[in-house]
Design a protein around this ligand. Structure first.
Ligand code: FE
Length: 347
């Protein structure tokens, strides 16, 4: 395992005496990007606070926090989906904090609903768009320029999408329910199921490849998977992206659905002050550039732009309209959406 100054990569941390020392921070992270290492090193250099990191995915981290209970050594949690952040909050795994730095930097719609005392349970730290990709030869752009059209009968048999129950889709569908209302959202989901080219399988990258190979004509993906392929060193990845068009949906209506990666202070954090300091650092201009750009995302903090060639190419180097609903409402809709998926038979 590669050792980096200031970072101890640990996969099986237990509550040990070391964690109680000052000048440390125990981070549970669902992010696995090489650029994050530099980010954590910079924090340690600036503050002297050492970071011990546990890597898992969103579900694994939430399960682990529950299992550890009050004995959990976790101080800071980084997750990569709004619905999962909402779940962590609802399950009491985070503690609300008050930070002027974070509240000034992160737009209100990209953080949790404030508690009665103004405390915020989690903050978005980067944003990713859920976009539509399509076969440029077979599909007209105007037939896929909204999420609603994914359920239009004219697109029957054309659509590839990962499992409806995957958090990225639950969050998208939760947003659609927020925008259209429940009845219309469920009718739309029925239409989406009717349009599937094949039962859902694979991740977002697989849907892009399926559109490029001709297996389907329309796909749905988070923006960073497409950007990653565009910047890939593999010629076949770049060739695939050249075959697909990309749409940032709903530019004429409520805007493209944005999901977030974000952070929270753990309920039982022993190093609470360090945890807040770390989240504040992640919202700084410097850190935002690493945090977002490292995974081809956009900064969540206000007023920042990043210089990412793939994202520029994807958007035509123009700003796009994003939804403005509170991302916490999306998380709150997820249980309801899961029931809709069961009723319409969304695999
Ligand atoms: Fe992802």
């Amino acid at each position: 395992m590669k050792k980096t100054i200031g970072i101890l990569l640990a996969t099986a941390l237990a509550a040990s005496a070391a964690f109680a020392q000052t000048g440390e921070l125990n981070l549970y992270s669902a992010r696995h990007y090489a650029t994050d290492e530099a980010l954590y090193n910079n924090f340690t250099k600036a503050t002297g606070i050492m970071i011990n990191r546990v890597d898992s995915d969103d579900a694994g981290i939430l399960a682990r926090l529950k299992a550890e209970g009050t004995a959990s050594p976790a101080d800071v949690i980084l997750l990569v989906d709004a619905a999962r952040l909402y779940r962590g909050e609802a399950d009491g795994l985070f503690q609300p904090i008050q930070s002027k730095v974070l509240s000034d930097a992160i737009p209100a719609n990209l953080r949790s609903t404030p508690a009665a005392d103004g405390g915020i349970s989690w903050f978005g730290l980067s944003t990713r768009a859920r976009v539509i990709v399509y076969n440029k030869i077979k599909v007209k752009r105007e037939d896929v320029d909204t999420y609603e059209k994914l359920g239009d009968p004219k697109n029957k048999g054309k659509l590839c999408i990962r499992s409806g129950s995957h958090p990225y889709n639950l969050s998208l569908f939760g947003a659609v329910a927020q925008h259209l209302g429940d009845a219309a959202a469920e009718a739309w989901l029925k239409g989406v199921v009717a349009n599937l080219a094949r039962p859902p399988k694979g991740g977002d990258t697989d849907q892009i490849n399926a559109v490029a190979s001709g297996e389907c004509e329309i796909g749905v993906t988070n923006s960073y998977y497409l950007a990653r392929m565009m910047r890939s060193g593999k010629p076949e990845d770049v060739a695939a992206t050249n075959k697909v068009g990309v749409v940032f949906p709903n530019q004429q209506s409520w805007g493209t659905h944005l999901n977030i990666a974000g952070g929270a202070v753990a309920r039982n954090a022993k190093n609470r002050d360090n945890a807040i300091k770390f989240l504040e650092y992640l919202a700084s201009a410097d850190a935002q550039n690493y945090f977002a750009n490292g995974n081809n995302e956009w900064p969540a903090a206000k007023g920042l732009a990043i210089d990412n060639p793939a994202l520029k190419a994807m958007t035509g180097n123009k700003p796009f309209k994003t939804e403005t609903i509170p991302i916490s409402a999306v998380g709150a809709n997820v249980t309801k959406v899961q029931q809709m998926l069961d009723r319409v038979g969304f695999p």
